[in-house]
Design a protein around this ligand. Structure first.
Ligand SMILES: *Cc1c(COP(=O)(O)O)cnc(C)c1O
Length: 385
């Protein structure tokens, strides 16, 4: 398996054992916590599930690294395990870092609630506009942390400027690439130091596990792995197996989800009962030009406001039949949520308002169903408001 293969081929073949275990065409689950000692001298090399080095881990690490053309990868017990282990690896007491102002709720709360106790300081910046970043720099600034596509307004940040800024000031650049996936954006190729994922979402794609991924150079990923080995957030072999199985269809699923969500965004954009639609693939979107330059696809998410208050929004949602009202995203099935009640409930009303997240905002994770059926379902629900 080499870099010359396309990502669709790598999803199937990269990292797979050259000699099949017992002849099994599909990678079996190695349900063993410990392994026979073969002379390892380093604690981290002893074979044990928590040390992230069983056959099910190794095959995934190789496959995931190949997908983003990186040296190494690590799977973790959840997306938050990937994020927290990475930040705690590269930040210590007295350090400072920069992060985009609107982040995944769990990440934002982790930074604002827990980091003061650790004596680690963060300045939130607008990562779509590089003008004010330099004035926030300090001698103890260690890294800059962003997301590829923001949630729930789906803006694409100035990723090239983030990379250039990090290189210029010799700090690390970390990006949560969950919403884009390696199909639509490959951070390491574009100069980022570490790419993080909640594999709970598109990478696994079947809404049946929580998992996370860290991708980057051998040196950086090894450092995170050693931290994770002590924090204990390793992915169990059963979940490794499901993630491995889910990954094989990532390209097919993303292709459909990129396509379905753009068609739905265009449809919503023309509907008289819709006030505003957020989707980076729409020409009217403020980050469309940047998104077109940086991404190979715009992702499977869309958010919008119906013309009315939260009661009208909830009436619309309750009349949908093909969309389940649930948080999370990236599965084969379509989901709908009001972010204010779920992903952004931890954010204060003032912070939400300055970020443009209205109470009536609706977010959809578009699945792989027939788009005609999804649009017909939306038409029907709009008819009820
Ligand atoms: C879901 C999500 C996470 C957290 O992942 P878990 O697997 O739930 O721990 C982090 N970042 C983004 C962008 C997410 O959507």
């Amino acid at each position: 398996m080499t870099e010359k293969h396309k990502i669709e081929t790598k999803l199937i073949h990269a990292g797979e054992p050259k000699e099949k275990y017992g002849g099994a065409v599909n990678m079996p689950i190695f349900q063993s916590s410990t392994y026979e000692y073969t002379g390892q001298s380093d604690y981290h090399d002893i074979k044990y599930i928590r040390l992230n080095n069983t056959p099910n881990h190794i095959v995934l690490h190789k496959k995931l690294a190949a997908l983003e053309n990186a040296e190494d990868a690590l799977v973790t017990a959840s997306g938050m395990a990937a994020i927290s282990a990475s930040l705690l690896t590269f930040l210590k007491s007295g350090d400072h870092f920069l992060a985009h102002k609107s982040l995944y709720g769990g990440t934002h709360t982790f930074i604002t609630n827990d980091f003061p106790d650790l004596n680690i300081e963060c300045d939130f910046i607008d990562a779509s506009d590089s003008k004010r970043w330099e004035e926030k720099l300090r001698p103890e600034t260690k890294l800059i942390y962003v997301e590829t596509i923001t949630n729930p307004l789906l803006n694409v940040l100035d990723l090239n400027a983030v990379v250039a800024f990090a290189k210029k000031h010799s700090i690390l650049s970390l990006i949560d690439n969950t919403f884009a996936t390696p199909i639509n954006y490959r951070p390491i190729e574009n100069g980022f130091d570490l790419s993080l994922h909640s594999a709970t979402k598109y990478l696994n794609g079947h809404t049946d596990i929580v998992a996370g991924v860290v991708i980057g150079s051998k040196d950086l990923v090894t450092k995170v792995k050693h931290k994770l080995n002590h924090l204990g957030g390793s992915l169990n072999p059963n979940a490794c197996f499901l993630l491995h199985r889910g990954l094989k269809t990532l390209a097919l699923r993303m292709e459909r989800q990129n396509d379905n969500s753009l068609k739905i965004a265009k449809f919503l954009g023309m509907h008289p009962k819709i006030r505003i639609v957020n989707h980076p693939g729409l020409e009217s979107n403020s980050s469309h030009v940047r998104a077109s330059a940086l991404l190979d696809g715009f992702g499977g998410m869309v958010s919008f406001e119906v013309d009315g208050d939260v009661i009208v929004a909830d009436t619309f949602i309750s009349n949908l039949t093909l969309f389940t009202n649930a948080t999370s995203l990236g599965g084969t099935e379509s989901l709908v949520t009001r972010p204010v009640l779920t992903s952004h409930s931890g954010m204060s009303k003032e912070d939400r308002e300055t970020s443009g997240i209205k109470d009536e905002l609706i977010r959809m994770s578009i699945g792989i169903e027939a788009v005609e059926d999804l649009i017909a379902d939306i038409v029907n629900a709009l008819g009820k408001i």
